[in-house]
Ligand binder design. Structure first.
Ligand code: UD1
Length: 420
């Protein structure tokens, strides 16, 4: 199993290109099932999760090829299966996103329940409730969601009980081919959902209100082919900004969408970072200073993203002062705390959703283990700032979400090696 070996203590400095967003690529690849015509996707990141989604599409009988410009070409003309098996769904929850498009276009789907994961139980009740409201017949047996829609799905008003990114995306895709108009209330406003809506609109869908809490989808009979460029990854961008901040360094990010990082940039500024922003670039300079502690409370977009919570825990662990971190989205997303304490961080957990972080002057290297995707990036950041050489085990979690992380950190002067 691969490990990362990081010699810490260097103030990082450099320029980095931000990759396409994993969390936009996954629903968009699933959305390609909505049309029989060819779809071309550019700026898709090379990540394990994207490979898993491509494998899933191929297992359904979809033709997926990578062209000479590294664009993904997808033709879902005819399918040989409508089943997403447990083996794939358990490795990546986003596989569940094929349910809506399969049901809408082919009238049937059999998708494994995702089950629990390291960061909590993560139910899919809102996806199921919404699809039933659209007229699907759904039975959950033997760990599978078996869904049928003998005629077309029928548009309706759907009020979601919680703000769910995946739920909004599944229902949005299902409703594009429904008869009549669907309104999704309490919808997720995340930029990746907007990117998905823009992609399906490019295929001929009629979606409006994306990026607000009410999305309206006027169903159409069929979608045609098209092309789409995946938006930049705001979590990858945020992680490299924190990497510069936590080491007292500076970074210039290009091919980024600064407007999607508002809450994160605000907190970095509060922590003492100097930030400049252009249309598609962000420059952060910590000017060698130690960060000031900042309180963080996660909430749906445009609030502070749960996917950046662990990285800010690292920043706070080394900051001047004491901070509170409140996790409101997932019930068990503090797995990194125990590992960070091994590096000398002083963090108290209060129940499942609150942590109090007392900033220390120094972290010291120790062997640590990655537990989930964003937790592992927080350990990489801690190791970059720590004195000595830290080995991080189980970094396959990182490879799910960060394209060529050791190369990109290397471009900032970090001493990072992958070892087996
Ligand atoms: C997506 C992101 C993930 C991010 C999360 C929250 C992808 C591939 N993943 O995950 O990186 O951390 O959004 O921004 O885009 N819930 C229910 N019932 C449901 C669905 C969700 O109660 O039917 C709850 C979940 O348990 C959780 C909350 O809603 O507490 C948010 O989950 P959701 O927004 O659905 O997260 P994902 O789409 O799985």
């Amino acid at each position: 199993m691969d490990k990362l070996q990081i010699e810490g203590g260097t103030a990082l400095q450099g320029k980095i290109r931000v990759s396409g967003a994993k969390n936009a690529a996954l629903p968009i690849l699933a959305g390609a099932l909505l049309t029989a015509d060819p779809v071309t996707i550019s700026n898709s990141p090379h990540l394990q999760d994207v490979t898993t989604m491509i494998e899933l599409l191929a297992s359904l009988g979809v033709e997926v090829t990578l062209n000479e410009n590294m664009q993904v070409e997808i033709v879902a003309a005819t399918l040989s299966s409508f089943r997403a098996p447990y083996e794939l769904v358990k490795t990546m929850r986003a596989s569940f996103l094929v349910l809506g498009p399969l049901l809408a276009r082919f009238g049937e789907a059999e998708v494994s329940l995702p089950g629990g994961c390291a960061i909590g139980s993560r139910p899919v009740d809102q996806h199921i409730k919404g699809l039933e409201a659209l007229g699907a017949e759904i039975v959950v047996t033997d760990g599978y969601v078996r869904a049928r829609a003998p005629g077309r799905l029928i548009g309706c008003d759907i009020h979601m009980d919680v703000v769910t990114v995946g739920g909004t995306q599944n229902l949005l895709m299902a409703a594009t081919l429904a008869a009549g108009t669907t309104r999704l209330y309490n919808a997720a406003c995340e930029p990746e959902t907007v990117d998905l809506a823009n992609f399906v609109n490019a295929l001929g869908a009629k979606i409006s209100g994306q990026g607000t809490s009410t999305i309206e989808i006027e169903g159409v009979e069929r979608l045609h082919g098209g092309t789409h460029r995946i938006m930049p990854d705001r979590v990858e961008a945020g992680t490299y900004l924190v990497a510069a901040a936590v080491t007292g360094g500076s970074v210039h990010l290009r091919d980024v969408a600064p407007q999607t990082l508002g809450a994160v940039l605000d907190k970095l500024q509060q922590a003492g970072a100097h930030i400049d922003v252009g249309d598609d670039w962000i420059a952060l300079d910590m000017q060698g200073r130690r960060a000031k502690a900042v309180d963080i409370e996660t909430s749906p977009y445009p609030g502070f993203p749960t996917d950046m919570q662990a990285q800010f825990m690292t920043l706070n662990a080394l900051s001047e002062g004491t901070s509170t971190i409140t996790e409101n989205i997932f019930e068990n997303r503090f797995m990194h705390v125990h590992e960070m304490k091994r590096l000398g961080a002083e963090i108290e957990l209060h129940g499942h959703s609150m942590a109090v972080v007392h900033g220390v002057g120094e972290l010291r290297a120790a062997p640590v283990m990655a537990t989930d995707l964003r937790a592992s990036s927080s350990l990489v950041l801690a190791a970059l700032a720590a004195t000595g050489t830290t080995t991080i085990d189980r970094i396959y979690h990182i490879d799910r979400g960060y394209e060529t992380i050791e190369e990109k950190l290397g471009q900032m002067g970090a001493k990072v090696r992958r070892i087996s």
